[in-house]
Design a protein around this ligand. Structure first.
Ligand SMILES: Cc1cc2nc3c(=O)[nH]c(=O)nc-3n(C[C@H](O)[C@H](O)[C@H](O)COP(=O)(O)OP(=O)(O)OC[C@H]3O[C@@H](n4cnc5c(N)ncnc54)[C@H](O)[C@@H]3O)c2cc1C
Length: 323
């Protein structure tokens, strides 16, 4: 069995988890096994049906009040217990912030290795072979894990989420929460006002760098974002370090790793640490007045020009498309 950890936010399944479940199903066929899912929280039963429509043969449900809010220790304890009970061949996570927190903790609890942030998985001679970018995206590493179960996280937005009917039998699981003395508790989850989509989850990311000249000009990018569904505003570290925009928008080695369908870079030079976070975007468009800017080496389309002259007509065209 391949077990997929399903991440939820505001009682909704995250798209990246459906991508992971779809890939788990594809791999399960090659391994001649089944793809199961695990959900933790409260009031999750309705979501289990959604998982069966993405190919989960079984949905293991931990419905318990202490799990209502994410806690590394409690979630890792519940998952470790389930893994010991089910002995899956692999446990798949999405390499989101939560997945990056939880997958290594589970691997450590089980005393096994971790294949983190994979962009490709294949079955070779009956075992899993993983591919992941290394050296800030300069090279790809293909490797296998020798331990079992194989704990794996998959980069969001790389694998397609493909619906497929399955039984989706719901199995209720009981959880033992560690004693309070040994637990760190999340007391409050703060959300940025405005309900913006996170850059790592957006289909389109419109990013600005030092070439934006100041915080007020990020408003231009927000105006473009308002015209594109499921889009978000991103930034280079220079823009973030200058306090032009919050760190949660930073793309790159010390920011977020993203793979949107479209990445628009305005006034970003394309330093290797920035490229590391966005090179797996499906289509990259760069606007830079310097024809030698390194960003053009990774861009599919480039405009050599002043971004302040490019943005207004782009906005007008987008408005026409919207109407
Ligand atoms: C350990 C480490 C980690 C790092 N992590 C990250 C990271 O996560 N993310 C990240 O982004 N960086 C990161 N950096 C910083 C990185 O090295 C670069 O300094 C940074 O990405 C540069 O940001 P920038 O492209 O906005 O600025 P610059 O390099 O200054 O580029 C600005 C660009 O704007 C163009 N421009 C200026 N005016 C206009 C205009 N009017 N119209 C069009 N183009 C214009 C210029 O031609 C230039 O190419 C890291 C660095 C280190 C050492």
């Amino acid at each position: 069995m391949i077990l997929t950890y399903i991440e939820t936010r505001d009682k909704k399944i995250k798209k990246s988890s459906l991508e992971v479940l779809s890939e788990a199903r594809r791999i399960a066929v090659d391994l001649k096994t089944e793809a199961a899912a695990v959900l933790l929280g409260t009031g999750m039963e309705a979501l289990a049906a959604d998982l069966s429509s993405y190919g989960a043969s079984k949905v293991h449900l931990f419905d318990s009040a202490p799990l209502d809010r994410y806690s590394t220790q409690d979630y890792a304890a519940a998952l470790a217990g389930l893994v010991k009970k089910l002995s899956p061949a692999a446990v798949f996570f999405s390499a989101t912030a939560m997945g990056k927190d939880l997958a290594p903790r589970l691997a450590a609890r089980l005393g096994v290795g971790l294949a983190a942030d994979c962009t490709r998985i294949s079955v070779q001679d009956g075992s899993l072979e993983f591919t992941r970018p290394i050296f800030a995206g300069k090279a790809l590493l293909a490797f296998r894990l020798t331990s079992s179960p194989q704990v794996v996280s998959l980069r969001p937005n790389i694998f397609p989420a493909v619906p497929a009917a399955a039984a989706g039998e719901i199995i209720r699981e009981a959880v033992e929460i560690p004693s309070a003395a040994a637990r760190a508790e999340v007391t409050e989850v703060l959300q940025e006002s405005g309900g913006e989509i996170d850059v790592s989850e957006a289909d389109v990311v419109i990013s600005g760098g030092r070439g934006m000249k100041g915080p007020e000009n990020f408003e231009l990018l927000r105006e473009i974002s308002a015209l594109i569904p499921r889009s978000a505003v991103g930034a280079s570290r220079s823009a973030v370090d200058s306090n032009w925009i919050g760190h949660q928008h930073q793309v790159g080695q010390t920011g977020k790793t993203i793979s949107p369908n479209l990445y628009l870079a305005f006034g970003i030079s394309g330093a290797i640490q920035h490229i590391a976070g966005m090179s797996s975007s499906k289509v990259i468009v760069a606007v830079n007045k310097d024809p030698d800017a390194p960003i053009f080496k990774v861009a599919d389309f480039g405009v050599v020009g002043d971004l302040f002259q490019v943005i207004p007509p782009l906005k007008e065209e987008l408005k026409k498309l919207r109407s």
